[in-house]
Design a protein around this ligand. Structure first.
Ligand code: GTP
Ligand code: MG
Length: 328
């Protein structure tokens, strides 16, 4: 899903301005058609004002309809993005705001038809202009009534623009683990992408993506913010994003341990987090012990793969294990 290219939602005044300008332009061009022609004043005025009304209705309604059309169709979203929307945006308000755009467009059409009918019915020249003017006022008021909704759609757009451009259709592995254990370093080593790496916890503040090719496919690796061992309801929004990726995208987890405890979290704590993850997500877990270039005393389970991102040890072996899981 492409959230990055959503177009800016403007304030009502901007839309009113665009719509009114198009109405005036259409009116002026219609007026020119009458130059030098002998036409009854009432008829001429009717034609010109109705032209303006139609132009305004069409432009204004189209502006609102386009907002809805350009917005991702929320119900059709992939489960990961739907969950992300629900966790970062007020879903009910979003739906209501999109509904308000449809309401506005419909309202404009109805008001336009109504004004046109009145103008056709009147026999008095001065009423033609009055009806058109009243229509202008009502059309502007429609936009003012949806001011809050426009503002909310713009707010939501700004949030969605920052969503990670995750690909939902390709095999995906999620790197997880306690803070500062070397997850981002590992992503870089596996995929050549360049996430921020720093010697302190919580460096990664959003999902980071990388890819590597195998003979037959492309594999997506997602690096996540460091997780603390705590219940889901206590997790912050960034941790929740990581959980969503694990739940909806991951075919397997690479769980990174730091047996040297240089990360600042005890090995015991890390193992507890690992156990929790295994319980919560019923997918294969590849356990990796990183920083093995440094001394450590902790005993590791037999199936733990020893790596050192720093010394580029064990990376190829890890890639092979990833490919094996993906093709299983
Ligand atoms: N000695 C050693 N240090 C490493 C190794 N891998 C990563 N580091 C260091 O560990 C620190 C944390 O690395 P990151 O890759 O940022 O760790 P992270 O798990 O992504 O951290 P958060 O995003 O904060 O959770 C950095 O200072 C790295 O240079 C390794 O194999 N050996
Ligand atoms: Mg990181």
């Amino acid at each position: 899903m492409n959230f990055q290219n959503l177009t800016t939602i403007e304030n009502p005044e901007t839309y009113i301005d665009v719509a009114f300008k198009s109405a005036e332009a259409a009116g002026a061009s219609k007026r020119r058609e009458f130059v030098g022609k002998e036409v009854n004043k009432l008829i001429r005025s009717r034609v010109i004002e109705i032209t303006k009304i139609k132009a305004l209705t069409k432009t204004a309604a189209k502006l609102l309809e386009n907002i809805v059309a350009n917005y991702p169709s929320i119900d059709g979203l992939d489960p990961f993005y739907l969950a992300l929307v629900k966790c970062t945006i007020d879903y009910a308000q979003l739906k209501q705001s999109l509904g308000a755009m449809a309401w506005g467009a419909q309202m404009l059409h109805r008001l336009g038809e109504d004004a046109e009918r009145r103008i056709r019915a009147t026999r008095q020249l001065e009423y033609v202009n009055k009806h058109r003017q009243a229509f202008y006022g009502r059309a502007a008021s429609v936009f003012k009534q949806i001011k809050k909704n426009l503002a909310y759609l713009e707010e939501a757009r700004k949030i969605m623009k920052k969503y990670p451009p995750v690909k939902t259709g390709i095999p995906t592995i999620v790197i997880a683990g306690a803070p500062n254990v070397g997850k981002s370093s590992l992503l870089a080593a596996l995929t050549g992408s360049a996430p921020r790496v720093a010697p302190y916890p919580f460096t990664t503040q959003q999902l980071m993506l990388g890819y590597f090719e195998t003979d037959s496919s492309r594999i997506q690796i997602i690096d996540t913010p460091g997780l603390l061992d705590r219940p889901l309801e206590k997790r912050n929004p960034i941790e929740k994003q990581a959980i969503l990726a694990l739940k909806h995208l991951a075919k397997a987890i690479i769980f990174v341990l730091d047996p040297t405890e240089a990360c600042g979290y005890s090995f015991q704590e890390q193992l507890h987090l690992l156990a929790e993850m295994k319980k919560e997500f019923q997918i294969p877990v590849l356990v990796v012990a990183n920083k093995t270039d440094l001394p450590y005393e902790k005993k590791l389970a037999e199936d733990t793969l020893l790596v050192s991102v720093e010394k580029k040890l064990g990376i190829e072996e890890l890639k092979e294990r990833v490919i094996k899981i993906i093709s299983a």
